[in-house]
Ligand binder design. Sequence first.
Ligand code: UDP
Length: 239
Amino acid sequence: QDPNAKFSRVMLKISGEALMGDLGYGLHPPTVERIAREVKIVHDLGVEICMVIGGGNIFRGLQGSAQGMERTTADYMGMLATVMNALAMQSALEGLGAHCRVISAIRMDEVAEPYIRRRAVRHLEKKRICIFAAGTGNPYFTTDTAATLRANEMACEAILKGTKVDGVYDKDPVKHADAKRYDRVSYDEVLAQHLGVMDASAIALARDNNLPIIVFSLDEPGGFKGILAGEGTYTTVHG
Ligand code: UDP
C-alpha cells in the first residue's frame, strides 16, 4: 500500500457512456482499455478496487419504456447491458494482467459469479478487482444506487464517480462559461439544488451512511491515481 494513498478500498463508478469513446452507441475497445489502464495503475498501488459500470451506452430502461416497452422488462434489459460492459472491462483488465471478477446481481452462473457479500469481500482482500454487474438486480433503480449500495456493503471509504468534467458545478460547465466548480458540497445541497451528481436515491443512501462521493474527470490522464493521493481537481460531496 502506497503511504500517500488516501484510501485503501474504493468504489469506482463510471457510466456506460464512458466506454463508448466517440461512438454514438456501444463499446469502443480502445477506450475501455484506456480506462482499464487507469484502474490498473491504482490497483498496483495496493488499493482495493470495486467497480460499477452503467449500461446507458447500450440500453436504458426509461428509454425503452418511453417507446412503449413494459418498464420492468426494459429495466432488466438495462441491467443486462451493464453485464456486457462489465465483461468488456474484465477482459481489458485481465489483458493488462490484473485479476478481476465480475459479480452479477442477477444469477447467470456461466457468465459471472453470483453476488455473495462475503465472497466478494474475500476477493478484495486477495487483491482482485470486483466489478459489480446487473445493478442492484431490481428494476426502478440505477447503477448509481447500485454503486452506493455495494460501496456500503463492501465498506469502501469513498465512491469515486468518474465523469466527463472535473467535479460538481453550479450549472452545466459545457453550456455556461461562468459555471463555478465546488471543492466541497453537502449531500443536502446537491439534493436541494438538483445538482446532477447522481440520482437522488443514491445521494440519500450515501448521506445516510456518511459515504463521501468524489466527482472527478475520467478524461484526465492519471486523474484516478491523482484522486487517491488527494491531487488534481475534484469535488467532494460530504455530510
Ligand atoms: N437498472 C435497473 N436497476 C439497477 C441498475 C440499473 O433497472 O439497479 C437499469 C435501468 O433501466 C438503467 C439501466 O439499467 O437505465 C442502465 O443503468 P444506468 O442508467 O444507471 O447506466 P448509466 O447511466 O450509468 O450508464
